[in-house]
Design a binder for this molecule. Structure first.
Ligand code: MG
Length: 160
């Protein structure tokens, strides 16, 4: 077996006052942040699931269950580092990552260079393999009302 495979990842977290807004490992100045067992980084979580999907290795819940107290408040970059290691152990290499984060406010674009560097470092790939995009939800539904943040990620890996 050789060639490439792609996996998709999705995540959504509710936004609540008093939580830090962390996206792609970057802390953004904002009055609300994602509720969740870990730090609620939707981009890191969706990226993990995309990688696990491409490699056929389950999902983030299998590897880092939210019932496990060791992941309470966890830095989601740890999940990414472990996902990258697991893929490496199974002989997969990361070819490309394309992501979209959906959030009404604040603007994410200015933070993309920092996010790409952080995510690339966690996965031990070069930053040019990680492409990030942002959308608002045009004021529609929970994301549009500023009640939630979501991310979709497609990851492509080279099969051993
Ligand atoms: Mg999550």
């Amino acid at each position: 077996m050789s060639g490439t495979r792609s996996g998709i990842g999705y995540d959504l977290h509710r936004l609540e006052a008093g939580r830090k807004l962390i996206v792609g490992g970057v802390v953004l100045p904002f009055e609300k942040g994602p509720a969740g067992h870990s730090d609620g980084d939707v981009l890191a979580h969706a990226l993990c699931d995309a990688l696990f999907g491409a490699a056929g290795l389950g999902d983030i819940g299998t590897h880092f269950p939210d019932s496990d107290p060791q992941w309470k408040g966890a830095d989601s970059l740890i999940f990414l580092e472990r996902a990258g290691e697991l893929l490496d152990e199974h002989g997969f290499t990361i070819e490309y990552v394309d992501a979209v984060v959906i959030l009404e406010k604040p603007k994410l674009g200015p933070h993309f260079p920092a996010m790409r560097e952080i995510l690339a470092t966690a996965l031990e790939v070069s930053a040019d393999k990680i492409h990030l995009k942002a959308k608002t939800n045009e004021g529609v539904d929970s994301i549009g009302r500023g009640e939630a943040i979501a991310a979709w990620v497609v990851a492509t890996v080279r099969v051993p």
